[in-house]
Design a protein around this ligand. Structure first.
Ligand code: SAH
Length: 258
């Protein structure tokens, strides 16, 4: 099955992983090398775009914060149109397409329009960042559960299940949370976690620009602001953050100082 070459008239919804091109799946690399058209997001890194077949058409469907280049509705229909023109389309998304990626919405439209599709999972930011920064998502001594949530602010607020998140023995990973960091930390304390509960924020994980700031629910917002972090960033809250100083490896690599 995985040896099947890319078919015309089909849309491949492909996860690009968190940034490091070595974290692409074999299937993703193969499809990038074969596609006629690539429709890609802002989160897809340059070294990954370098793997696209020379001469393939590239359509940027980027979503920077507050600046939706192409409305989601139009992206959905663009994919349908390109496939109906008989093209082999790769829809490339950062991380995993079914994790905060609106991949579900795009595939629903394809299915509704009878367009054949395939979905290729990618390494989601939480998994990539955890590995490269040295914060295990679960650990027998610290966390038996892990929750992924979006910290995206809607009308300046965040509608999350705070009592469910403010629990010990679990790791909470917050996507899209940079602008809501102070709110997240305050709410978790308000709902019962101690102010000295460990928390970290990681900028551009798995890329040469990866930076990790660790602190506590009380200190992290100030530390993050002082660090002038650049998107994308991921917030990780939980006791396993305390392991980071021991388990960190990627940010010490010699090539980073070149
Ligand atoms: N589908 C993606 C998530 C898209 S939502 C995935 O599975 O990873 C976008 C959010 O993902 C960003 O706001 C950020 O919180 C997170 N993110 C994506 N790539 C990241 C990276 N390299 N480092 C840190 N956070 C990242």
């Amino acid at each position: 099955m995985s040896n099947t070459s890319a078919q015309p008239g089909t849309v491949y919804l492909v996860g690009a992983g968190p940034g490091d091109p070595d974290l692409l799946t074999l299937r993703a690399a193969q499809l990038l090398a074969e596609a006629d058209v690539l429709v890609y997001d802002a989160l897809v890194s340059e070294p990954i775009l370098d793997r696209v077949k020379p001469g393939a058409e590239r359509i940027y469907a980027g979503k920077e914060r507050g600046n939706h280049t192409i409305p989601q509705e139009d992206i959905n229909h663009l994919l349908v149109r390109l496939a109906k023109e008989g093209k082999c389309v790769v829809r490339l998304k950062g991380g995993d397409p079914y994790t905060f990626g609106r991949g579900g919405e795009e595939v629903e439209t394809l299915a509704a329009n009878g367009v054949p599709f395939e979905v290729v999972p990618g390494i989601t930011a939480a998994a990539g960042v955890a590995a490269y920064t040295g914060i295990p998502l679960t650990h027998r001594n610290h966390a038996q559960a892990c929750v992924f949530v979006t910290g995206h602010l809607k009308d300046g607020t965040m509608n999350l299940d705070w009592p469910g998140l403010a629990r010990r023995r679990q790791t909470v990973v917050i996507y899209m949370g940079l602008h809501g960091l102070a709110t997240v930390c305050a709410k978790l304390v308000e709902h019962g976690l101690p102010p000295d509960w460990p928390a970290a924020i990681v900028q551009q994980g798995t890329t040469p620009n990866q930076r990790t700031v660790t602190g506590t629910l009380a200190t992290l917002p100030g530390l993050a602001e002082a660090a002038h972090l650049k998107a994308p960033t991921l917030i990780i809250v939980g006791e396993t953050v305390t392991l980071q100083s021991k388990l960190s490896w990627f940010e010490h690599q010699a090539w980073r100082d070149d």
